[in-house]
Design a protein around this ligand. Structure first.
Ligand SMILES: Cc1cc2nc3c(=O)[nH]c(=O)nc-3n(C[C@H](O)[C@H](O)[C@H](O)COP(=O)(O)OP(=O)(O)OC[C@H]3O[C@@H](n4cnc5c(N)ncnc54)[C@H](O)[C@@H]3O)c2cc1C
Length: 408
């Protein structure tokens, strides 16, 4: 009897679980082996810096599926196991226990890992990172006893951590080297909104500040000042986990490079989620994002392609955050370093507004802050990609529908 067709999924996060699910939904009845380094079934990370960190969300709610689901769908889940090597020529992966597994198709869903501090004192025990549920448990325990913490980096993880710490009554200093929080993601105008939000909630936000050292009692900045802290949380970005791919000789450039159907430079190896730098036909270039929605939706495309069906990932990048009483969604893509303008509609001071990123008078990204009934219109505007009048865009009395050309 010929050996059953075997698909191996390297990685144990949201993208991995969704790939197993999509393969079964597409009717694949061969063997699926999902290999994840963490000792847990695949789970979702957004609650780890929000509800779960603050003690609101129950632990079982973060898992993508329970153990029964994997059994019922005949998915062989190996938790606490690392894929240590891929041999594309032999169609084999090596696992941390030494076992070698043959695959017909392989999906890399290895995600990303936090960028580490490198300043003197970076390895002190009170330096924490936030990526895994174990990290979140550790941080939650710290917040229950700490009087003050320092957060390095005013990106999404740093700011959500600051909000959780303030909710726990912990004093927070955020250290950010740029002139505004979230500068790279949202630009100075909208970054300033987040600066105001955190300052209003009592965060000591140090902008344009460089970390020089982690000390026994906190952190020292490049200007010589010292900030006392019982713990230091580093939220300075993440790097795609490309070691396996690179060692296997796949094309790696800001993640594992793939075509629109998420196929890597090897025809039998695919990539999805945070690790994939995928060609995006709608955006006309390669895009790698570290977004929950991407890890949720890309695997269905990878699964189809692994089964030899036609597929292309064309969803617009989508991201959300919750901080204090501010909830926001962001849809679209502003390539880093490209010229653009921002138009705002609504009340920025009240933190209920829409923002539009424009290039050549076309909306390339849109964001809603504490406004929840215009998602479809915002998406239509970004998808239409046709010129819009700025004054009309900024004017709340002009319905957004009127700005979308009919038929778009
Ligand atoms: C704290 C936090 C909050 C977030 N909040 C939001 C949010 O509000 N909104 C939003 O849009 N996005 C958010 N994100 C981003 C979102 O969670 C990620 O985009 C998503 O988790 C990516 O999923 P993934 O499966 O591609 O990778 P990951 O979640 O990184 O999973 C990859 C898994 O594979 C494992 N692995 C790696 N290498 C190997 C190997 N060689 N062998 C076996 N296993 C391996 C890793 O240990 C990891 O468990 C947040 C992320 C974090 C960390």
């Amino acid at each position: 009897m010929p050996a059953p067709t075997t698909f191996v999924i390297a990685g144990g996060g949201l993208a991995a679980a969704k790939a197993a699910e999509a393969l079964r939904e597409e009717g694949f009845d061969g063997t699926i082996v999902l290999v994840g380094r963490e000792p847990h079934l695949p789970y979702e990370r957004p609650p780890l810096s929000k509800g779960y960190l603050q003690g609101g969300d129950e632990r079982q709610k973060i898992f993508v599926h329970d153990a029964g689901w994997y059994r019922e769908h005949a998915v062989d889940v190996r938790t606490g196991v690392t894929v240590t090597a891929v041999d594309p020529a032999a169609h084999q992966v090596t696992l941390s226990g030494g076992e070698r597994l043959r695959y017909d198709k392989l999906l890399l869903a290895t995600g990303a890992t936090p960028r580490r501090l490198t300043v003197p004192g970076h390895d002190r025990g009170h330096v924490l990172y936030l990526r895994t549920v174990d990290d979140s448990d550790r941080l939650r325990a710290t917040l229950s006893t700490a009087r003050r913490i320092a957060v390095v980096g005013a990106g999404w993880i740093g700011l959500e951590t600051a909000a959780a710490a303030r909710a726990a009554g912990v004093a927070v200093t955020v250290i950010e080297q740029e002139r505004q929080p979230l500068l790279g993601a949202l630009g100075p105008e909208i970054g300033a909104v987040f600066a105001g939000l955190h300052r209003e909630h009592g965060v000591d936000l140090r902008l344009g500040a460089r970390l020089a050292e982690v000390t026994e009692e906190g952190v020292r900045l490049a200007d010589g000042s010292h900030i006392d802290a019982d713990a230091v949380v580093a939220g300075i970005g993440a790097v795609p986990d490309t070691d396996l791919a690179a060692a296997a000789g796949l094309t790696v450039d800001n993640g594992v490079k793939t075509t629109a159907d998420l196929r890597t430079s090897d025809p039998d190896i695919f990539a999805a989620g945070d690790v994939a730098n995928a060609y995006h036909p709608r955006l006309g270039g390669h895009v790698r994002v570290e977004h929950w929605a991407n890890a949720l939706n890309q695997p269905a495309v990878a699964a189809r392609a692994m089964l030899g069906k036609e597929a292309a990932y064309e969803e617009l990048p989508y991201f959300y955050t919750d901080q204090y009483d501010l909830g926001m969604e962001y849809l679209g893509h502003v390539p880093p370093g490209t010229a653009h303008d921002v138009v705002v509609r609504g009340d920025v001071r009240e933190r209920a507004f829409l923002a539009f990123w424009l290039r050549d008078d076309r909306v390339i990204a849109a964001m809603n802050v504490n406004i929840w009934d215009q998602g479809d219109q915002l998406k239509a505007l970004v998808l239409a990609g046709s010129p819009v009048e700025r004054a009309a865009l900024a004017d709340p009395s002009v319905a957004l529908e009127r700005l979308v050309p009919s038929g778009a």
